[in-house]
Design a protein around this ligand. Structure first.
Ligand code: GDP
Length: 298
């Protein structure tokens, strides 16, 4: 995750910290390089521009350039600004609201984004780490294979899935999941909605209808982190149409450029809550902005 960006920024800051005294021009030159590195990592242009502007404002003052360790001060400013762009004012975005059992979690996203895998990963996490009783239900009535996939994953991780009844609509399944979760004493029930290749009206209408009957505590949008700015656009659209409470960025184990992570909060206002780091069921990490900023800066 973020290897390329981290390498690029590492080079810029190595030079800066080794340099000793810094002029305002030195800082500006370094920031130009940071800007290019961000854009190459597919961070959206306005986000990169605001980011650099905020840093220049804080880093070109006398307090920094005339300090004993100006390079390190600049790195600290960049670190804090990274945390800000990743998290807004939210200290702990990974926390899920799952009080008042049974708490519904709606999983939404495009087909192939990793939605079903992430549903199971999240269920496993809630069950293993927090001792929650979780019920998962697939609402993908168009793709029986997707329903089967969730059932198989459920068996694999020891989490219950709602029995499949052919011919039911997504809304019917959501109602049945709620009923079973209530009667069965579950803490959480997760609704894995159908995905499509592109956002379209049919998809959004269905997700809205499910949302209206389930009244979810969390609506988690799963997006493919490798798709960069597209991931951010998808998030924006889902949020406008169905309302999203948090984002899971998948495939962050790949050699993706990572820009989606940096633009997501600034553009959509929604926090990244988790990142997917592989196909295995435990390859899901909580998103800690300061840890991520530290990783990016090496
Ligand atoms: P869905 O159509 O959105 O439900 O997508 P799936 O959950 O079926 O995932 C599609 C493919 O992506 C599967 O082969 C998953 O194993 C894989 N996948 C999901 N999340 C990740 C991830 O974080 N990293 C990697 N490398 N692969 C992932």
């Amino acid at each position: 995750m973020f290897e390329n960006l981290s390498e690029r920024l590492g080079g810029v800051f190595d030079r800066l910290t080794k340099q000793g005294a810094l002029s305002e021009d030195d800082v500006k030159t370094a920031m130009r390089e940071v800007r290019v590195a961000l854009l190459e990592a597919d961070v959206s242009l306005p986000v990169a521009r605001d980011f650099i502007k905020a840093i220049e404002k804080k880093a070109t003052g006398q307090a920094v350039t005339k300090s004993v360790t100006p390079g390190q001060q600049v790195v600290k400013i960049v670190h804090d600004e990274l945390v800000h762009v990743l998290a807004g004012d939210d200290e702990d975005p990974g926390e899920l609201k799952i009080d008042n059992p049974p708490a519904p979690i709606l999983m939404v996203g495009l087909q192939g984004s990793g939605k079903t895998t992430t549903t199971a990963k999240l269920a496993k996490r809630l069950s293993d780490r927090e001792g929650k009783r979780v019920l998962m239900a697939s609402l993908d009535t168009n793709r029986p294979a997707a329903m089967e996939q969730l059932a198989i994953l459920g068996t694999q991780i020891g989490v219950d899935t709602l029995p499949i009844i052919k011919g039911q609509s997504a809304v019917d399944i959501a109602k049945r999941a709620k009923q079973q979760a209530t009667m069965g004493g579950y803490d959480v029930y997760m609704l894995d909605t159908a995905g499509r290749l592109h956002i379209d009206e049919v998809l959004m209408n269905e997700v809205q209808a499910v949302r209206d009957v389930a009244n979810p505590r969390e609506t988690m949008l799963v997006v493919d982190g490798l798709t960069g700015q597209d991931a951010v656009n998808v998030a924006k659209e889902f949020d406008e149409k169905v309302g999203v409470s948090g984002v899971v960025l998948t495939r962050m184990d790949g050699d993706g450029r990572g820009g989606a992570a940096l633009s997501m909060r600034a553009i959509t206002g929604k926090p990244i809550k988790f990142v997917g780091l592989g196909e295995k069921m435990d390859a899901l990490e909580e998103f800690h902005p300061s840890r991520i900023a530290g990783r990016i800066l090496g």
